[in-house]
Design a protein around this ligand. Structure first.
Ligand code: GAR
Length: 218
């Protein structure tokens, strides 16, 4: 029997780390063939750091220095990451815009999760903006990261119905729960199948996908 080596993930976080936790849980339950080589946070108070430590995952805190340019900070991150072995760099609530240099350096192995059905509602406060616009459907997307913010080719999305009484908080909570399945699902696909970025397109097992894949509700 051939055993496929586990994929090595570097996870970048800024806060609560519930997506990180979901990835850890999927790995520990054997649903995701991966190991987390390192968790990096740009925020020393991120609860995600504690989550990682509770599972004996190495952590690094890299707080931007006020004197440092974005470029310089990202060079520091690159040095940390390139010092270890990785297959994917996983942005999981990493709330810092990355320089083109960083994005180009990890082209094709840099993934992000965003709380909206991209290309709609890029940027911040997506739940409030979706409600203000009177949308009926919201969701989350996992995409390859390219230099323009939240604009990289989308691999997969999950949709969430908006209920009449929803507030930004109730909606955020429902979307987040879906994010937890979505990210691990995409990571499994990347690890067990071939998911590639070529130009502006995503190829799955050599086939170009013309629109984002949809994760059906469980
Ligand atoms: C998640 O909703 C994620 O999609 C979002 O931050 C939250 C992090 O939650 N990311 C972005 O908005 C990036 N543009 P978590 O720390 O509990 O995983």
């Amino acid at each position: 029997m051939t055993t496929i080596a586990s994929a090595r993930l570097v996870v970048l976080i800024s806060g609560n780390g519930s997506n990180l936790q979901a990835i850890i849980d999927h790995i520990e339950s054997g649903k995701l063939n991966a190991i987390i080589s390192l968790v990096i946070s740009n925020n020393k108070n991120a609860y995600g750091i504690i989550r990682a430590q509770q599972h004996n995952i190495p952590t690094r805190i890299a707080v931007p220095d006020p004197e440092e340019t974005r470029q310089q900070y990202d060079c520091r991150l690159i040095k940390i990451i390139d010092d270890i072995d990785y297959d994917y760099i996983v942005l999981a609530g990493f709330m810092k815009i990355l320089s083109d240099n960083f994005v180009d350096h990890y082209k094709g192995c840099l993934l992000n999760i965003h709380p909206s059905l991209l290309p709609r509602y890029k940027g911040l406060n997506t739940h409030q903006r979706v409600l203000d616009a009177g949308e009926k459907i919201h969701g989350a997307s996992v995409h390859f990261v390219t230099p323009t913010l939240d604009s990289g080719p989308i691999i997969m999305q999950v949709a969430v119905d908006i209920s009449p009484g929803d507030t930004p908080a109730t909606l955020a909570n429902r979307v987040l729960k879906k994010e937890h399945s979505l990210y691990s699902h995409v990571l499994s696909m990347c690890i067990d199948e071939t998911v590639e970025l070529s130009g502006k397109h995503v190829f799955v097992n050599g086939r170009k996908i013309n629109k984002p894949l949809i994760l059906e509700s469980e």
